[in-house]
Design a protein around this ligand. Structure first.
Ligand code: SF4
Length: 237
């Protein structure tokens, strides 16, 4: 896994390689079963049913780090946060911030483009109950690390969506930037900010899950504040 990720010479190469990863038996089985059984509303659609690559330009200054693809979202459409309620909230906010050309994200060929922003997940396959195991998280980490390594020249800020993504960032510091992660680790929270030398700034943001957005724990205004801060830290107009 580490070797396959490390061999990727650019993002297109990496995206192709990760799409053919079968390293986690439980997740491979789950992603394929979901793709076979489908949800009634999508019965006529062909599910992607494979690992979901990152999305966004190779010279991104802002990274958005999520947990994993949704079973009937990215696992169906093949593009991260595309085709689910979380994506509806996220891309609407990115559009308001001027970081996406449109506020919706329904299919991989819907014309969506991002500006200065790349979105990726700590785990690339949809997990049951949105809960990867620690072994699955660690097995998938080389894909994230290589992706960050490839956009390292421009990457200035990473927005971690939720505590899982926040925790997944610290090994990136060590493996990609050669920076020792802070100890004790900074605690995740909405608006949390970690700043170190020789590595991107890290901003915490509640995950855009329905659990947070439907209950008002995460509001559009709170998302707007996070992306305004990310743009400012990244030097994006
Ligand atoms: S979760 Fe990551 S490492 Fe595991 S099978 Fe999917 S892409 Fe491969």
């Amino acid at each position: 896994m580490v070797a396959r990720a490390a061999r990727a010479t650019d993002l297109a190469d990496l995206d192709g390689a990760v799409s053919n990863c079968f390293a986690c038996p439980r997740l491979v089985s789950w992603r394929e079963e979901v793709a076979r059984t489908k949800r009634a509303a999508f019965r006529e659609q062909h599910y992607w049913g494979r690992p979901v690559p990152g999305f966004g330009p190779s010279d991104a200054r802002i990274g958005i780090l999520g947990l994993a693809p949704a079973a009937h979202g990215g696992n169906r459409t093949g593009r991260i946060f595309t085709g689910d309620r979380s994506g509806d909230v996220l891309f609407a906010a990115l559009h308001r911030a001027g970081l996406a050309n449109q506020p919706t994200s329904v299919a991989a060929d819907d014309g969506l483009t991002l500006r200065d922003t790349r979105i990726f997940a700590a785990v690339r396959c949809a997990p049951p109950d949105n809960k990867p195991t620690p072994v699955e998280r660690d097995t998938c980490a080389p894909w994230l690390h290589r992706e960050v390594g490839l956009i390292r020249p421009t990457l200035r800020v990473v927005v971690a969506l939720g505590a899982f993504a926040w925790a997944a960032w610290w090994p990136v510091l060590r493996d990609v930037y050669g920076v020792r992660p802070p100890s004790p680790r900074p605690v995740f929270g909405h608006g949390a900010h970690w700043s170190g030398t020789a590595a991107p700034e890290l901003l915490g943001c509640y995950h855009v899950s329905q659990q947070n957005t439907f209950t008002g724990r995460l509001t559009p205004l709170m998302l707007d504040d996070v992306f305004a801060r990310a743009k400012q830290l990244a030097g994006v107009d």
